[in-house]
Design a protein around this ligand. Structure first.
Ligand code: AMP
Length: 246
């Protein structure tokens, strides 16, 4: 156990040094993980985030869900964002950053966060780094769900038929996809450059995608010098590699 603590501390201190700040050691047992589920609208981020919440008790932070809840409540914020959302536009960075800030404060003891539909711009990604740093934390892993465009169109058309979301209508969805490719997709390089990006084939069925995500999480845990416990009944990696000491 001491060895793990030492490795984890080295890792944390390395990261702290690069951020120019001291980060206190986080618990080794049930280690925390800050995960971004990344991908275009219709990639399955929400579905997979909900599975992770059930299996691992992480907290899902979906800015889309938060904004829809604000609209349903009839709040000022809801009224402010309604038109932009219905047309498939992006709500301002300030609004979504603030929503995330509030949730990070409200769930300080959470075993981990799953960021779903956030960040969507480089400014949001930088804001998220700053917000997490305030909590002596940082993004550990970005899982990109890779789905081909025709499949996205088909999935969202089905969701539109089932749920009737205005922004799933073909014209609005086109705008959302355009925003994804123009503003959001550049984040792939941002996180790849930080060594945090892992791709998972999002064309597979829900359980197979979930297994891919679980493997990415557990591999990340091993790389950090500790194992992130797999949930009950999770298949996990076939044969976890032995931890190598530096
Ligand atoms: P989603 O459910 O994640 O697809 O989000 C639905 C809509 O909410 C988006 O099309 C945007 O209008 C808005 N939205 C959600 N998250 C963000 C974000 N991070 N930045 C800007 N707008 C967002």
């Amino acid at each position: 156990m001491q060895q793990y603590s030492l490795q984890l501390r080295r890792y944390r201190e390395g990261r702290a040094a690069s951020a120019g700040q001291f980060f206190p050691l986080r618990g080794v047992q049930g280690a925390k993980l800050q995960l971004i589920l990344f991908g275009p609208p219709g990639a399955g981020k929400g579905t997979q985030a909900k599975l992770l919440v059930e299996q691992r008790a992480y907290v899902q932070l979906s800015t889309g869900d938060m904004l829809r809840a604000a609209r349903a409540s009839g709040s000022e914020l809801g009224k402010q964002v309604a038109a932009v959302m219905d047309k498939g536009g992006l709500v301002s960075d300030d609004i979504v950053n603030q929503l995330i800030d509030q949730r990070l404060i409200a769930h300080q003891g959470a075993p981990g966060f799953i960021f779903d539909g956030y960040p969507r711009t480089l400014a949001q990604a930088q804001a998220l780094d700053n917000l997490l740093a305030r909590h002596a934390d940082a993004i550990d892993l970005v899982v990109q769900l890779v789905v081909e465009e025709p499949a996205l169109v088909e999935r969202v058309a089905k969701r539109h038929a089932a749920e009737g979301r205005a922004d799933d209508e073909p014209a609005a969805f086109k705008v959302r996809l355009r925003h994804y490719f123009n503003e959001t997709a550049p984040l792939i390089e941002f996180y790849r450059g930080q060594g945090k990006l892992v791709g998972v084939d999002g064309m597979a069925d829900i359980d197979t995608v979930a297994r891919g995500i679980a493997m990415a999480i557990e591999a990340k845990g091993t790389a950090l010098g500790h194992r992130i416990p797999a949930p009950e009944g999770s298949p996990g990696p076939a044969s976890p590699k032995k931890r190598r000491r530096k």
